[in-house]
Design a protein around this ligand. Sequence first.
Ligand code: GMT
Length: 374
Amino acid sequence: MNIGIVCYPTFGGSGVVATELGKALAKNGHNVHFITYSQPTRLDFFNENLFYHEVDIRTYPLFQYPPYELALASKMVDVAQHEKLDLLHVHYAIPHASAAYMAKQILKEKNINIPVVTTLHGTDITLVGKDPSYEPVVTFSINKSDGVTAVSEDLKKDTLEHFDIYQHIEVIPNFIDLNRFKRQKKEHFKTAICPNGEKLLVHTSNFRKVKRVEDVIHVFNNVRKIIPAKLLLVGDGPERIKMEKLCRELGTCEDIRFLGKMEAVEEVLSVSDLFLMPSEKESFGLAALEAMSCEVPVLSSNAGGIPELNINGVTGFTCNVGDVKDMTEKALYILADENLNKFKSAALERAKKFDITNILPLYENFYDKILNKE
Ligand code: GMT
């Protein structure tokens, strides 16, 4: 198949899923054409079946906001026509699904019929998409897609509850490459961070409000009062400065390191004992799956689709959003020497269910179904 993939090229979960899916499809013999405004972060791999097309965004003094959606639709038309795409798969509805709809209409005028698959990732529905400034276009472009997938049952439910959707939504969960995300021997790194055998807690995110990084810091601060512990914070975003201030106020700076954005997050996960994800909303929680795949148990909130991944009492615990007290108790329970190894192996066992080798065929079958409908 010749597949066009449209996504955000950044560290965000939807971009990571789209890029990893494209790489896996290319390894399986499909030609995959990425269409984005810059090279996707995880497109760090050469394969003769992988192509990258950059969207040119022209500015003009009249434009306060350069019309990205139009530039993207034009690029989709160009790539679909000249690379003879069989299908366009857009990740994150805004503005990719509506740009794809426009591209599809333009291609129809040229007697080219190209089906569009839209994958809903989370905030395109739960935060941004629901906003009245986007909702009508999001609803329309979901309904006009030839196929729609959501990354969890909870996201599907949320979409059907908040939008007037008549299109079927297929749930295809996110996935992990267990060959890349596996516990590696990085003992020198662990000794450098935890010289006295402290327990190592970790959080990775884009530091947006929805991630509740302040809960991570409060839980950690409570834990370190009871057992020796260190915390690594990976990623960057709008809340980082506030979080640094909070650490100073709590006097925890010595035990917390902000590592910023990292490519090889699996190296940090390889030496970690507990992953924290107290998010307000999370459609799936890919970062938690990456941790589980590296044998790290997860202490999370029970928001959105997280409980579909993190099994309460087995691979970690799921607590009510903002319940720092409960999270602290559960963190201490997991970290207790007599419990930790059991949680670590359960986390890995669970992660295996989401291995790319199990999920890739679900996408391929879905593409076949959509193409045969045409
Ligand atoms: O907020 C993020 O984590 C980024 C966002 C995105 O779309 O890039 O992530 C969403 O998509 C991920 C991949 O499907 C999911 O694992 C995340 O749970 C989801 N984030 C939220 O729902 C907040």
